[in-house]
Design a protein around this ligand. Structure first.
Ligand code: BES
Ligand code: ZN
Ligand code: ZN
Length: 504
């Protein structure tokens, strides 16, 4: 599948050879500009289908009409856009997903897509719509059958998807939008593949090997093992790792696309390749989903993949502390006290609150080694954020209002949204320990914020730090079980905005 943008005027009058035209229809009887045009050309076939009730243009409904056009030369794929006054990007995404579902399985040479230029989504948002079409198709194309003994043949897709945009000014921008969407999709696929790989394969060592596949002229990768991590005195990270037979790794991926010496943006990703809870063992039901406890790591690596493909003019570093959280004779026990790389001591009251224990040392390392302009950690950190925000938004924690605004904006821009959560000092006070500088858990309530408060104690040396809790958004459970690729779109959009607008 390949994508191309052309202008409306270049196709009007004389359609290029195409197997199918994708045309949007609103619920109100009025056909949109393009639908109207093809209705006339097709002797009223669209309006006839609507009048007969064969096609109800409710959001996401589809109908394939054969033998359309003046001489019955092409197929029309009608997609319902719902109510005109309710039409927004969310609805556009639903429509684009429906189109992608219809195109899956069709081995066409060329499909012309007209839905991005509907009146309501003109100008800036037309480009967002172009991105949505590309990402919806790439999402539909994704499958993970590496561990099926008899994998099914992958469904065919059209060879070329030609997206028709409203005017020539938009054509170059639309091509940029396609390139960005392709880069994001590649990053998301990488992220999903890492996440969906089972814990017996996806070990810290394997994750380090996967990171090395990113190596290029602008990307370097360094993987530290147990000895180096010990030498760096990452006592908190090592404490989590000590219960497992798998060697912990600290993965550092540097993308140098910006000016030499420009302070980097550092992304730290939680890389627990399996979270049993340790001695504070988790219940069995759905414990398999704890293979996704490395989605923070997977998403920062996928983000590097995307920005490297896009040649983004920034310096960005991904840091991944990765290990397993296992119960064993060697494992940490509730009540154990460890000394973090920062020198602060931690009483481990619950071994299942392990993410913060590996992140705190990685955050200290990030600040000491790279002096980042911006530091963002991404982690499947708490069940509490799942209760609060579900699968809709990732939790955003920061005391930096400017950074919060930029991340929230990037969330809306990419439709990979975040919701800002509180960081009052009362949450920090919950971490009091009778025996060490702090405990690794707060009370029974406010768990997402007390976890963020814990991390904040290790980020005092950075001008701008934010924490993204992606426990609810990075993967899905139930019958749709799988990694989502979030928050790669958010991070790429955030970085793209920084590259274009700078940090002001
Ligand atoms: N990996 C989990 C968080 C999680 C929960 C991710 C559900 C995805 C879905 C994390 O390590 C954890 O177990 N957190 C505990 C913290 C508690 C012991 C303070 C939690 O949220 O229950
Ligand atoms: Zn845990
Ligand atoms: Zn965890």
């Amino acid at each position: 599948m390949e994508f191309k943008a052309v202008t409306n005027s270049s196709v009007s009058g004389q359609l290029p050879a195409a197997d199918m035209l994708v045309v949007g229809v609103f619920e109100e009887d009025t056909l949109t500009g393009v639908a109207q045009e093809y209705d006339v050309e097709s002797s009223g076939v669209i309006s006839a289908r609507i009048a007969s009730g064969d096609f109800k243009p409710k959001l996401g409904n589809t109908l394939v009409e054969f033998n359309a056009g003046p001489s019955g030369a092409y197929r029309l794929l009608l997609v319902g856009l719902g109510k005109k006054d309710k039409f927004d990007r969310h609805n556009f995404r639903t429509a684009a997903q429906a189109v992608a579902g219809e195109l899956k399985g069709r081995a066409f040479a060329n499909v012309l897509v007209f839905i991005t230029q509907e009146e309501q989504i003109k100008f800036e948002t037309e480009l967002d719509s172009v991105r949505e079409v590309v990402q919806a198709l790439r999402e539909k194309e994704y499958f993970f059958d590496a561990y099926k003994s008899k994998p099914e043949a992958p469904a065919p897709f059209p060879t070329l998807i030609t997206i028709v945009v409203s005017d020539s000014i938009h054509q170059n921008y639309a091509q940029d939008a396609i390139n960005t969407a392709e880069a994001i999709s590649l990053g998301m696929t990488f992220t999903k593949d890492l996440g969906n790989t089972p814990g017996n394969i996806c070990t810290p060592t394997w994750l380090g090997e996967q990171a090395k596949t990113l190596i290029s002229d602008k990307v370097s990768v360094l993987v530290h093992g147990q000895a180096e991590i010990e030498a760096m005195k990452m006592g908190s990270f090592l404490a989590v790792a000590q219960g497992s037979i798998q060697e912990p790794k600290l993965i550092i991926v540097e993308y140098n696309g910006g000016a030499v010496g420009a302070a980097p943006i550092v992304l730290v990703g939680k890389g627990i390749t399996f979270d049993t809870g340790g001695i504070s063992l988790k219940p069995s039901a759905t414990m398999d989903e704890m293979k996704y406890d490395m989605m923070g790591a997977a998403s920062v690596l996928g983000t590097i993949k995307a920005i490297a493909v896009n040649n983004m003019p920034l310096n960005v570093i991904a840091i991944v502390p990765t290990c397993e959280n296992m119960p064993s004779h060697n494992a940490i026990k509730p009540g154990d006290i460890v000394t973090s790389m920062s020198g602060q001591t931690i009483e481990i009251l619950n071994t299942d609150a392990e993410g913060r224990l590996i992140l705190c040392d990685a955050l200290t390392y990030a600040q000491q080694t790279f002096k980042p302009a911006i530091l963002i950690d991404v982690a499947t950190l708490t069940g509490a954020i799942v209760s609060a925000l579900g699968e809709v938004h990732s939790g955003l924690f920061t005391t930096d209002d400017a950074l919060a605004t930029r991340l929230i904006d990037a969330g809306y821009g990419s439709m990979d949204t975040v919701w800002r959560m509180p960081m009052d000092k009362e949450y920090d006070e919950m971490l009091k320990s009778n025996f060490a500088d702090m405990a690794n858990i707060g009370g029974r309530t406010g768990g997402a914020s007390s976890a963020a408060a814990f991390l904040a104690r290790f980020t005092a040396d950075t001008p701008a730090w934010a924490h993204l809790d992606v426990a609810g958004t990075a993967s899905r459970g139930g019958s749709a079980k799988g990694a989502t690729g979030r928050p790669v779109p958010l991070l790429v959009q955030f970085l793209n905005n920084l590259a274009i607008w700078g940090s002001k």
